[in-house]
Design a protein around this ligand. Sequence first.
Ligand code: ATR
Length: 281
Amino acid sequence: MTTKKAFVCGHPIKHSRSPILHGYWIDKHNIEGSYGIKDIAPANIDSFIKSMKENAFVGGNFTIPHKEAAYKAVDKLDEAAQKIGAVNTIWFEGDLLVGGNTDAHGFTANLDQHAKGWDSNPQTKTAIVFGAGGASRAVLYSLIARGVSKIYLVNRTIEKVNNLAAEFGKTIQPKTIYEIETILSKADIFINATSLGMKESDKYPFDIGALKKTALVTDLVYTPLQTILLKDAKNAGLKTVDGLGMLLHQAVPGFEKWFGIKPEVTDELRQIIVKDLQPNT
Ligand code: ATR
Protein backbone atom coordinates (compact mmCIF):
# COMPACT_ATOMS: atom_id res chain seq x y z
CA MET A 1 0.00 0.00 0.00
CA THR A 2 1.36 3.47 -0.85
CA THR A 3 1.73 6.06 1.88
CA LYS A 4 -0.78 8.89 1.58
CA LYS A 5 1.13 12.15 1.93
CA ALA A 6 -0.37 15.46 3.05
CA PHE A 7 1.19 18.69 4.34
CA VAL A 8 0.71 22.15 5.76
CA CYS A 9 2.39 24.89 3.80
CA GLY A 10 3.04 28.47 4.81
CA HIS A 11 5.87 30.98 5.11
CA PRO A 12 7.05 30.92 7.88
CA ILE A 13 5.57 27.62 9.05
CA LYS A 14 7.72 26.03 11.74
CA HIS A 15 5.35 26.95 14.61
CA SER A 16 2.33 25.24 13.05
CA ARG A 17 0.55 22.77 15.33
CA SER A 18 -1.09 21.00 12.39
CA PRO A 19 1.58 18.24 12.17
CA ILE A 20 0.91 17.33 15.83
CA LEU A 21 -2.84 17.24 15.22
CA HIS A 22 -2.79 15.19 12.04
CA GLY A 23 0.07 13.02 13.33
CA TYR A 24 -2.05 12.16 16.38
CA TRP A 25 -4.95 11.04 14.19
CA ILE A 26 -2.68 9.14 11.73
CA ASP A 27 -1.28 7.14 14.68
CA LYS A 28 -4.64 6.68 16.36
CA HIS A 29 -6.23 5.23 13.22
CA ASN A 30 -3.15 3.28 12.13
CA ILE A 31 -3.14 5.01 8.77
CA GLU A 32 -0.46 4.44 6.17
CA GLY A 33 0.03 8.17 5.86
CA SER A 34 2.19 11.17 6.62
CA TYR A 35 1.68 14.88 7.26
CA GLY A 36 4.66 17.18 6.87
CA ILE A 37 5.62 20.83 6.88
CA LYS A 38 6.42 22.75 3.70
CA ASP A 39 7.96 26.21 3.93
CA ILE A 40 7.19 27.68 0.52
CA ALA A 41 8.08 31.25 -0.41
CA PRO A 42 5.26 33.22 -2.10
CA ALA A 43 7.15 33.26 -5.44
CA ASN A 44 7.03 29.43 -5.55
CA ILE A 45 3.53 28.72 -4.32
CA ASP A 46 1.85 28.36 -7.73
CA SER A 47 4.38 25.85 -9.03
CA PHE A 48 4.24 23.99 -5.70
CA ILE A 49 0.46 23.62 -5.98
CA LYS A 50 0.68 22.57 -9.64
CA SER A 51 3.19 19.85 -8.79
CA MET A 52 1.13 18.31 -5.96
CA LYS A 53 -0.08 15.44 -8.16
CA GLU A 54 3.32 14.52 -9.59
CA ASN A 55 4.75 14.66 -6.05
CA ALA A 56 2.07 12.18 -4.97
CA PHE A 57 0.39 14.41 -2.37
CA VAL A 58 -3.24 13.62 -1.55
CA GLY A 59 -3.74 17.21 -0.41
CA GLY A 60 -2.71 19.76 2.13
CA ASN A 61 -3.41 22.78 4.29
CA PHE A 62 -2.54 26.33 3.30
CA THR A 63 -1.88 29.04 5.82
CA ILE A 64 -0.50 32.57 5.93
CA PRO A 65 0.38 33.96 3.39
CA HIS A 66 -0.89 31.36 0.89
CA LYS A 67 -4.67 31.21 1.38
CA GLU A 68 -5.45 33.63 -1.46
CA ALA A 69 -2.91 32.02 -3.83
CA ALA A 70 -4.45 28.62 -3.13
CA TYR A 71 -7.88 30.11 -3.84
CA LYS A 72 -6.69 31.22 -7.28
CA ALA A 73 -4.76 28.06 -8.13
CA VAL A 74 -7.42 25.35 -7.70
CA ASP A 75 -9.77 23.97 -10.39
CA LYS A 76 -12.85 24.06 -8.18
CA LEU A 77 -13.94 25.73 -4.92
CA ASP A 78 -16.34 24.57 -2.23
CA GLU A 79 -19.09 26.98 -1.19
CA ALA A 80 -17.33 28.23 1.95
CA ALA A 81 -14.09 29.00 0.07
CA GLN A 82 -16.03 30.81 -2.63
CA LYS A 83 -17.75 33.06 -0.11
CA ILE A 84 -14.77 33.56 2.19
CA GLY A 85 -12.38 34.18 -0.71
CA ALA A 86 -9.60 32.02 0.73
CA VAL A 87 -8.61 28.34 0.64
CA ASN A 88 -7.04 26.59 3.63
CA THR A 89 -7.51 22.97 2.50
CA ILE A 90 -6.89 21.30 -0.86
CA TRP A 91 -7.81 17.78 -1.96
CA PHE A 92 -8.28 15.91 -5.23
CA GLU A 93 -11.49 14.83 -6.90
CA GLY A 94 -10.11 12.63 -9.69
CA ASP A 95 -7.60 14.90 -11.41
CA LEU A 96 -9.32 18.08 -10.24
CA LEU A 97 -7.73 20.12 -7.46
CA VAL A 98 -10.48 21.24 -5.11
CA GLY A 99 -10.04 24.08 -2.63
CA GLY A 100 -12.12 24.37 0.51
CA ASN A 101 -12.26 26.63 3.52
CA THR A 102 -12.69 24.71 6.78
CA ASP A 103 -12.20 27.70 9.12
CA ALA A 104 -15.95 28.33 9.10
CA HIS A 105 -16.60 24.70 10.02
CA GLY A 106 -13.96 25.01 12.76
CA PHE A 107 -15.63 28.08 14.18
CA THR A 108 -19.13 26.59 14.38
CA ALA A 109 -18.01 23.12 15.46
CA ASN A 110 -16.07 24.68 18.37
CA LEU A 111 -19.18 26.50 19.57
CA ASP A 112 -21.34 23.41 18.97
CA GLN A 113 -18.98 21.41 21.20
CA HIS A 114 -18.47 23.95 23.98
CA ALA A 115 -21.63 26.09 23.92
CA LYS A 116 -24.32 23.69 22.73
CA GLY A 117 -27.48 25.52 21.68
CA TRP A 118 -25.63 28.79 20.95
CA ASP A 119 -27.50 28.96 17.64
CA SER A 120 -30.96 27.93 18.82
CA ASN A 121 -33.65 30.28 17.46
CA PRO A 122 -31.03 32.03 15.31
CA GLN A 123 -33.64 34.38 13.87
CA THR A 124 -33.77 36.04 17.31
CA LYS A 125 -30.01 36.17 17.79
CA THR A 126 -27.72 39.18 17.51
CA ALA A 127 -23.94 38.88 17.19
CA ILE A 128 -21.09 41.36 17.41
CA VAL A 129 -18.09 40.49 15.27
CA PHE A 130 -15.04 42.56 16.20
CA GLY A 131 -12.52 42.60 13.35
CA ALA A 132 -12.85 42.74 9.59
CA GLY A 133 -9.81 40.85 8.26
CA GLY A 134 -9.49 37.34 6.81
CA ALA A 135 -10.63 35.52 9.97
CA SER A 136 -13.70 37.73 10.22
CA ARG A 137 -14.85 36.59 6.76
CA ALA A 138 -15.01 32.96 7.94
CA VAL A 139 -16.95 34.01 11.06
CA LEU A 140 -19.47 36.07 9.05
CA TYR A 141 -20.00 33.20 6.62
CA SER A 142 -20.59 30.79 9.54
CA LEU A 143 -23.03 33.02 11.40
CA ILE A 144 -25.04 33.73 8.26
CA ALA A 145 -25.06 30.02 7.33
CA ARG A 146 -26.49 29.23 10.80
CA GLY A 147 -29.21 31.86 10.32
CA VAL A 148 -28.12 34.47 12.88
CA SER A 149 -30.43 37.37 12.07
CA LYS A 150 -28.35 40.41 12.95
CA ILE A 151 -24.59 40.87 12.95
CA TYR A 152 -22.99 44.10 14.10
CA LEU A 153 -19.60 44.31 12.42
CA VAL A 154 -17.08 46.54 14.17
CA ASN A 155 -13.53 47.36 13.18
CA ARG A 156 -10.87 49.96 13.82
CA THR A 157 -10.74 50.66 10.07
CA ILE A 158 -14.33 51.34 8.99
CA GLU A 159 -13.67 50.94 5.23
CA LYS A 160 -13.15 47.22 5.74
CA VAL A 161 -16.48 46.99 7.59
CA ASN A 162 -18.29 48.75 4.78
CA ASN A 163 -16.69 46.49 2.17
CA LEU A 164 -17.67 43.33 4.05
CA ALA A 165 -21.20 44.64 4.63
CA ALA A 166 -21.59 45.26 0.90
CA GLU A 167 -20.34 41.77 0.17
CA PHE A 168 -22.15 39.73 2.84
CA GLY A 169 -25.49 41.52 2.63
CA LYS A 170 -28.15 43.00 4.85
CA THR A 171 -27.54 40.79 7.89
CA ILE A 172 -24.43 42.89 8.52
CA GLN A 173 -24.87 46.19 10.35
CA PRO A 174 -21.69 48.27 10.09
CA LYS A 175 -20.51 50.06 13.24
CA THR A 176 -17.49 52.15 14.02
CA ILE A 177 -15.31 51.27 16.98
CA TYR A 178 -16.67 54.38 18.77
CA GLU A 179 -20.20 52.95 18.61
CA ILE A 180 -19.36 49.61 20.19
CA GLU A 181 -20.44 50.63 23.72
CA THR A 182 -23.94 51.41 22.38
CA ILE A 183 -24.51 47.91 20.97
CA LEU A 184 -22.94 45.64 23.59
CA SER A 185 -26.14 45.29 25.61
CA LYS A 186 -28.02 44.08 22.51
CA ALA A 187 -25.81 41.12 21.64
CA ASP A 188 -26.18 37.40 22.42
CA ILE A 189 -22.75 36.47 21.15
CA PHE A 190 -19.50 38.43 20.91
CA ILE A 191 -16.66 37.22 18.69
CA ASN A 192 -13.16 38.66 18.74
CA ALA A 193 -11.81 38.22 15.21
CA THR A 194 -9.03 40.79 15.61
CA SER A 195 -5.49 39.94 16.61
CA LEU A 196 -5.95 41.93 19.84
CA GLY A 197 -5.18 39.77 22.85
CA MET A 198 -2.02 38.11 21.56
CA LYS A 199 0.11 40.61 23.47
CA GLU A 200 -0.18 41.01 27.23
CA SER A 201 -0.20 44.79 26.84
CA ASP A 202 -3.24 44.72 24.50
CA LYS A 203 -6.20 46.77 25.74
CA TYR A 204 -9.79 46.65 24.53
CA PRO A 205 -11.53 49.93 23.75
CA PHE A 206 -14.74 48.80 25.56
CA ASP A 207 -16.00 46.99 28.66
CA ILE A 208 -17.07 43.44 27.79
CA GLY A 209 -19.06 43.36 31.05
CA ALA A 210 -21.66 45.57 29.33
CA LEU A 211 -22.96 42.51 27.45
CA LYS A 212 -26.20 40.79 28.56
CA LYS A 213 -25.59 38.37 31.43
CA THR A 214 -26.66 35.49 29.12
CA ALA A 215 -24.23 36.43 26.35
CA LEU A 216 -21.50 34.16 25.03
CA VAL A 217 -17.99 35.46 24.34
CA THR A 218 -15.54 33.69 22.08
CA ASP A 219 -12.07 34.63 20.91
CA LEU A 220 -10.29 33.43 17.78
CA VAL A 221 -6.95 34.18 19.45
CA TYR A 222 -5.68 31.02 21.21
CA THR A 223 -2.18 32.17 22.19
CA PRO A 224 -2.64 32.81 25.06
CA LEU A 225 -5.54 30.40 25.53
CA GLN A 226 -7.16 32.63 28.15
CA THR A 227 -7.01 36.04 26.51
CA ILE A 228 -7.62 39.24 28.44
CA LEU A 229 -11.03 39.41 26.77
CA LEU A 230 -12.00 35.92 27.94
CA LYS A 231 -10.69 36.61 31.47
CA ASP A 232 -12.68 39.86 31.67
CA ALA A 233 -15.79 38.13 30.31
CA LYS A 234 -15.45 35.31 32.86
CA ASN A 235 -14.99 37.83 35.67
CA ALA A 236 -18.21 39.49 34.50
CA GLY A 237 -19.98 36.10 34.82
CA LEU A 238 -20.30 35.51 31.07
CA LYS A 239 -19.96 32.18 29.29
CA THR A 240 -16.76 31.91 27.26
CA VAL A 241 -15.31 29.59 24.63
CA ASP A 242 -11.61 29.80 23.78
CA GLY A 243 -10.27 29.69 20.23
CA LEU A 244 -8.27 26.47 20.38
CA GLY A 245 -11.27 24.33 19.42
CA MET A 246 -11.53 26.20 16.11
CA LEU A 247 -7.98 25.13 15.24
CA LEU A 248 -8.74 21.52 16.20
CA HIS A 249 -12.06 21.31 14.38
CA GLN A 250 -10.91 23.03 11.18
CA ALA A 251 -8.50 20.13 10.69
CA VAL A 252 -11.23 17.46 10.63
CA PRO A 253 -12.64 17.87 7.07
CA GLY A 254 -9.17 17.85 5.44
CA PHE A 255 -8.12 14.71 7.30
CA GLU A 256 -11.33 12.98 6.22
CA LYS A 257 -10.84 13.97 2.55
CA TRP A 258 -7.21 12.80 2.43
CA PHE A 259 -7.28 9.69 4.61
CA GLY A 260 -10.93 8.56 4.42
CA ILE A 261 -11.68 8.59 8.15
CA LYS A 262 -13.49 11.31 10.08
CA PRO A 263 -11.34 11.90 13.17
CA GLU A 264 -12.57 13.06 16.56
CA VAL A 265 -11.59 16.15 18.50
CA THR A 266 -11.01 14.56 21.90
CA ASP A 267 -9.98 16.04 25.24
CA GLU A 268 -6.77 14.05 24.97
CA LEU A 269 -5.90 15.76 21.67
CA ARG A 270 -6.77 19.16 23.10
CA GLN A 271 -4.47 18.55 26.09
CA ILE A 272 -1.59 17.57 23.77
CA ILE A 273 -1.93 20.87 21.91
CA VAL A 274 -2.43 22.87 25.12
CA LYS A 275 0.84 21.41 26.39
CA ASP A 276 2.59 22.36 23.15
CA LEU A 277 1.28 25.93 23.45
CA GLN A 278 2.89 26.42 26.86
CA PRO A 279 5.92 28.69 26.62
CA ASN A 280 9.32 27.06 27.27
CA THR A 281 8.26 23.47 26.72
P1 ATR B 1 -6.68 37.74 10.13
O1 ATR B 1 -6.46 37.00 8.85
O2 ATR B 1 -6.19 37.02 11.35
O3 ATR B 1 -8.08 38.23 10.28
P2 ATR B 1 -5.92 40.39 9.30
O4 ATR B 1 -6.63 40.17 8.01
O5 ATR B 1 -4.58 41.05 9.29
O6 ATR B 1 -5.70 39.02 10.06
O7 ATR B 1 -6.89 41.22 10.26
C1 ATR B 1 -6.51 41.65 11.54
C2 ATR B 1 -7.69 42.28 12.24
O8 ATR B 1 -7.30 42.68 13.56
C3 ATR B 1 -8.22 43.53 11.56
O9 ATR B 1 -9.61 43.62 11.78
C4 ATR B 1 -7.46 44.64 12.32
O10 ATR B 1 -8.07 45.92 12.31
P3 ATR B 1 -7.76 46.94 11.10
O11 ATR B 1 -8.55 46.45 9.93
O12 ATR B 1 -8.21 48.26 11.62
O13 ATR B 1 -6.26 46.88 10.89
C5 ATR B 1 -7.53 44.08 13.72
N1 ATR B 1 -6.53 44.66 14.61
C6 ATR B 1 -5.22 44.40 14.65
N2 ATR B 1 -4.61 45.11 15.62
C7 ATR B 1 -5.58 45.88 16.21
C8 ATR B 1 -5.61 46.84 17.28
N3 ATR B 1 -4.49 47.16 17.94
N4 ATR B 1 -6.79 47.40 17.62
C9 ATR B 1 -7.94 47.07 16.95
N5 ATR B 1 -7.98 46.18 15.93
C10 ATR B 1 -6.82 45.58 15.56
